[in-house]
Each structure stands twice: as C-alpha cells, then as structure tokens.
Design a protein around this ligand. Structure first.
Ligand code: NAD
Length: 263
C-alpha cells in the first residue's frame, strides 16, 4: 500500500479497460474503495475489474452508464453514494478518439465526440461536486485531458479541441469549487499502449501509407524516456492526485508523457 493515503471512496469512469482500469486497480491497491463505470457493451469486462478490486480486499460497486447521458450520470453517482456510503474522489476518465482529417469530420461525429469527451466530463464533474457539497464539502475531482490538449497531433483535431476544453473546464471548476474544499485537476497522458492508441496507430499508418505499428515506432522516437507508456504510469500520478499529498494543488492539467516532443 502506498504511504500517502487515507481510505476514500473513488469512482472511475471508463474503467473496463485501459487507463481507467489501471487507475481503478492502483487506487484499490492504495487502500481505497473503488466503484467502476463503463458502457453496457463492456459490462462483463467491468464486472471482472470490480472482482479484481474486491480480490484486493477493498469494496467495489459497478455502475454501468453512458457518461454523455445526464440521468445516467446522476444515477451512477447516486448508486455509488448508496452502495459505498459517499463519494470522495471522482475520476472522469471515459473518452473516445476519432481519427481523421478535420475536413472529413462531420457535424454528427463532432457532436458525438464532444458529448463524451467534454459534456461527459462536465456531467461527471457537476454530479460529483453536488454529492461532495451535500456530504459537507471536501473532495477531489480529476479529469482526463491529454498532451493533445496542449498542442495538435495529426488526425486528432476535434479530439484535441475536446481535451483543450477539459483543461479549461478543470481550471474554471477549480476556481468555483475551492470554497467547498473541492480540488479539481486533470492528467494529460502522452502515448499509452491501450485499445485507443491501437486504433489511432492503425488510422495513422493507413493515412501515412505505413505498415501497422510503424506509426507507433515513429512517434516513440520522439519520447525522451524512450518508451511508450502503460496505464500504470498514468495511474501512479492519479494516485497522488487522489491522496492528501496533493491537497494544495488545484486547477492544474499535468502532462505525463515521458517528455514527448512533436509539432
Ligand atoms: P480506451 O478506449 O482503451 O478505454 C476507454 C474506456 O472508456 C472504454 O472502456 C470505453 O468503453 C469507455 N467509454 C467510452 N465511451 C464511454 C461512455 N460514453 N460512457 C462510459 N464509458 C465510456 O481508452 P484509454 O486509452 O484507456 O483512454 C482513457 C482516457 O485517457 C480517455 O479519456 C482518453 O482520451 C485519454 N487519453 C488516452 C491516451 C492514450 O494514448 N491512450 C492519451 C491521452 C489521453
């Protein structure tokens, strides 16, 4: 168990796989009770993650919900508060990527991506903050941004815009909710070897006329630390954000990218 934790009740969205799963398992190993969310299509994987959490000796709850749906998000937070007694840490991790030139992005695709990556984060931030205020204040809200929320990357224009907006929302929410003792911060991963990055890699390779896997090799060369990251690299920073060690930190969006340099 990490040194810097009091046990808290945590909710992680998009936790059936990838970074969200890595965060959920790390926070359970830290000694927190961890509720997990994902969409219905991934509910079997989600239940397996909840089983891993209980296997670590912590309590868990499964809250299937589409984070773009306001009623579903409210129900998710209510479920966690009922089953685990309260909500201390919200991690709005769920997100999707669409990989194409901006000129080819349709308004429908743009709206779909924003509904999950931005509206979903706003809905999770708000529902969590209301619950935390009702509990008497205090709490930690953490969102998923990205290094492409700081600078553009090929074929990710509207994704990039969504992550740029998450940084803005994080800073503004931090300002508004400091009065309730709630801190709000975001993590900005670089390249993390998950299903999302596999999809980006495949589309980039197609677009640049490269073999699959070549894009990841090309971009890996731009990483100072010489390797693509794994969910655990991001989870260890989120562990800090969820702990009392980060109590004086708010409104920040921090890059965990191995020092990648592009554009
Ligand atoms: P992933 O695709 O492997 O996992 C994302 C999870 O979110 C999936 O289980 C998916 O079902 C879930 N999800 C999608 N839409 C949802 C919805 N509407 N409601 C609830 N759950 C939903 O992706 P990942 O790589 O683990 O990414 C996690 C977060 O980190 C995302 O916000 C992503 O944008 C961000 N990120 C990823 C990378 C990377 O390189 N992989 C880099 C920077 C930022």
């Amino acid at each position: 168990m990490a040194a810097h934790n009091n046990s808290r009740v945590v909710l992680v969205t998009g936790a059936a796989r990838g970074i969200g799963k890595g965060i959920a398992l790390r926070l359970a190993a830290d000694g927190h009770d961890v509720a997990v969310n994902d969409i219905d299509a991934n509910s079997d994987q989600l239940k397996a993650v909840a089983d891993e959490i209980t296997g670590l000796g912590r309590r868990s709850a499964v809250a299937v919900a589409d984070v773009a749906d306001p009623d579903a998000v409210q129900h998710m937070v209510d479920t966690v508060a009922t089953e685990l007694g309260r909500l201390d840490v919200m991690i709005a991790n769920a997100g999707i990527a669409q990989v194409k030139p901006l000129l080819e992005v349709t308004p429908e695709e743009f709206d779909e991506l924003m509904s999950i990556n931005l509206r979903g984060v706003y809905l999770c931030y708000n529902a969590a903050a209301k619950q935390m205020i009702e509990q008497g204040g205090g709490g930690k809200i953490i969102g998923a941004a990205s290094i492409v929320g700081y600078r553009p990357f090929p074929l990710l224009a509207h994704y990039s815009a969504s992550k740029w907006a998450v940084r803005g929302l994080t800073q503004a929410a931090a300002m508004e909710w400091a009065q309730y003792g709630i801190t709000v911060n975001a993590y900005c991963p670089g390249i993390v070897g998950t299903a999302m990055w596999d999809h980006i890699d495949e589309k980039l390779a197609e677009h640049e006329g490269l073999r699959k896997g070549a894009a990841i090799d090309k971009y890996s060369e731009l990483i100072h630390l010489g390797r693509v990251s794994v969910p655990e690299d991001v989870a260890s920073f989120v562990s800090y954000l969820a702990s009392s060690d980060s109590d004086y930190m708010t409104g920040q969006s921090v890059m965990i990218d191995g020092g990648i340099q592009f554009s």
